[in-house]
Design a protein around this ligand. Structure first.
Ligand SMILES: [Cu+2]
Length: 112
């Protein structure tokens, strides 16, 4: 391959990576929360998510028991988000709740 063409290709590639990264910096993750019972659960989970660096938006639907979390991909990821929820006492997708945190929840928030 001609060296100058190769150089142009490299630059084009670098630029397209750059613009891609700009667009997808904010990602969205859906988390199933089978243990979600009441408004108090919503508050507990929101508090846990707010402590995760990079989380920029949290919506929790009590009917569907799904949390929609917006986050900065360069700072956090879906598994860190699930871990934060699990540590607050709730199952998050496939991640099992922390039993110590769960036992400390108000009675109305316990499911078993
Ligand atoms: Cu509750």
């Amino acid at each position: 391959m001609n060296k100058s063409i190769f150089g142009i290709l490299l630059i084009t590639l670098a630029f397209s990576f750059y613009s891609c990264a700009e667009k997808v910096a904010v990602a969205e993750s859906k988390v199933n929360l089978p243990g979600l019972q009441c408004e108090s659960c919503v508050v507990t989970i929101k508090t846990a998510l707010k402590s995760v660096d990079g989380v920029s938006g949290i919506e929790i639907d009590k009917k569907t028991k799904v949390a929609t979390v917006k986050f900065d991909k360069s700072k956090t990821d879906a598994s860190k988000i699930e871990t934060a929820i699990a540590k607050s006492g709730y199952d998050a997708n496939e991640m099992k709740k922390d039993m110590t945190a769960y036992n400390g929840l108000p009675d109305c928030c316990k499911i078993d």
